[in-house]
Design a binder for this molecule. Structure first.
Ligand SMILES: Cc1ncc(COP(=O)(O)O)c(C=O)c1O
Length: 326
C-alpha cells in the first residue's frame, strides 16, 4: 500500500499492518488567531473534507479501511441526534458503498441537530431513534446483527483503536508543520473530549512525535452513565492503553506516555446544553471567522480563551467542528 500520511513515514512497518484509505483532505491548515492573541493558533480540522469536515474524518480514514479489509458491508454506530460522527460516517460509507445505520439518543434541540439529521438522511443512513443514552447503548451492545461478521459495530464518535491512530497521525502532521515553520511549537493544545479518541491519539502522538506540548482535554460529555464511568481520566486512559498495546505489538518502541489531562469545569449543566462562557467564546471566535457549536467547540474554546490570557507561550486550539455549509 502506498500512503502519504506522516505516521507511515515515521513507522514504515505499519504500511502492511494498518489498513488506510485516503478520505480526508490533509494536512489541515494551521493558522494564527490574531484577534484572540499574539500567541494564539488554530488547527483547522473543520476543513478536513470538502463536503463535511471536522475531527471525525481523520479517524474514519483508518476505521473504514479496517471495515473494508475485514470484508464487512455494514457499519452500525451510535450518537446523539446531532451527531457529527454519524454524518461523517454516513457520508464516507456512502462514498465507499457501505451500508450505515446510526442509533440515536436525544439531545437538546439546536440548528446543529436539525442540520445533521438532514445530512445523515441525505447520505443514506438508516436512523433509529432510541430515546435515552442508556437505552441506545443497550440497543448497540445487544444488537442481533452482532452474530454475523458482515457488520462492523463502531463505538460512538469513532473512538476505537483505529480512530485513535488517526489522531496519532495528526500529531505527526502538526510536527511536520512546525518543522516547516508554519507555526511555533505550542506549549499547550486544547481540544474537546467526548468519546475520547481525539485527546487519546493526540496525547500518545505528541509523546512519540517528540512534541514539547501538553494536551489538555475539555470534557463535554457526561462523566458517568449511572455508576458506569464514560468520560473520565480512567476511560480515556483505557483507550490509550489499548492503542499503545497495539503499537507495541507492531514493534513500535514507546517513550513514557503521560496520563491524559481532562478539565471538567466547562461542562455546565449537561451534554449539548449551552453555557455562558461558551456563548462568549462563540462571539469571540466569530470575530475571527470561526464558527463554534454549543455542544463541543464552544466549551473547549472557552477554556482555551481563559488559558491564553494567562500564558506568554504559544497555544493551539484544535478546531474539531465542521465548517462546510449544509
Ligand atoms: C465537533 C466535535 N468536536 C469534538 C468531539 C470530541 O471528539 P472525541 O469524540 O474524539 O472525544 C466531537 C465528537 O463527537 C465532535 O463532534
Amino acid at each position: 500500500m502506498t500512503s502519504n500520511r506522516p505516521l507511515f513515514d515515521a513507522y514504515p512497518q505499519l504500511k502492511d499492518a494498518l489498513p488506510w484509505q485516503q478520505l480526508a483532505d490533509l494536512p489541515t491548515p494551521v493558522e494564527a488567531l490574531a484577534n484572540v492573541g499574539a500567541n494564539a493558533w488554530i488547527k483547522r480540522d473543520d476543513l478536513s473534507h470538502a463536503v463535511y469536515g471536522g475531527n471525525k474524518i481523520r479517524k474514519l480514514e483508518f476505521i473504514l479501511a479496517e471495515v473494508m479489509a475485514q470484508g464487512r458491508e455494514h457499519v452500525v454506530t451510535f450518537g446523539a441526534t446531532g451527531t457529527n460522527h454519524g454524518v461523517a460516517t454516513a457520508m464516507l460509507c456512502q462514498q465507499l458503498g457501505l451500508r450505515c445505520t446510526v442509533l440515536l439518543f436525544d439531545q437538546p434541540e439546536s440548528n446543529t441537530v436539525r442540520d445533521n439529521l438532514q445530512r445523515m438522511k441525505k447520505f443514506g443512513a438508516e436512523l433509529k431513534f432510541c430515546g435515552s443514552l442508556a437505552h441506545t447503548v443497550m440497543r448497540f451492545y445487544g444488537h442481533p446483527l452482532r452474530l454475523s461478521r458482515k457488520h462492523y459495530f463502531l463505538f460512538a464518535g469513532g473512538s476505537n483503536i483505529a480512530g485513535t491512530l488517526g489522531f496519532i497521525n495528526a500529531a505527526f502532521e502538526l510536527r511536520q508543520q512546525i518543522e516547516q515553520g508554519q507555526c511555533p511549537m505550542p506549549d499547550k493544545i486544547v481540544v474537546p473530549v467526548g468519546s475520547a479518541a481525539t485527546v487519546a491519539g493526540l496525547t500518545i502522538g505528541a509523546a512519540i512525535a517528540g512534541l514539547r506540548t501538553d494536551i489538555v482535554g475539555i470534557r463535554v460529555a457526561p462523566s458517568h452513565l449511572g455508576p458506569i464511568p464514560t468520560c473520565t481520566v480512567a476511560t480515556v486512559g483505557q483507550l490509550m492503553k489499548r492503542t499503545c498495546r497495539w503499537l507495541s505489538r507492531n514493534k513500535i518502541a514507546l517513550p513514557p506516555i503521560p496520563p491524559p489531562t481532562l478539565i471538567d469545569t466547562y461542562y455546565g449543566e449537561g451534554y449539548g446544553v449551552r453555557t455562558e462562557e461558551g456563548d462568549r467564546a462563540t462571539a469571540k471566535f466569530a470575530d475571527c471567522g470561526i464558527t463554534l457549536d454549543q455542544t463541543y467547540t464552544a466549551k473547549a474554546a472557552a477554556a482555551y480563551l481563559d488559558s491564553i490570557i494567562e500564558s506568554s507561550e504559544a497555544q493551539l486550539y484544535w478546531h474539531t467542528y465542521n465548517s462546510r455549509p449544509v
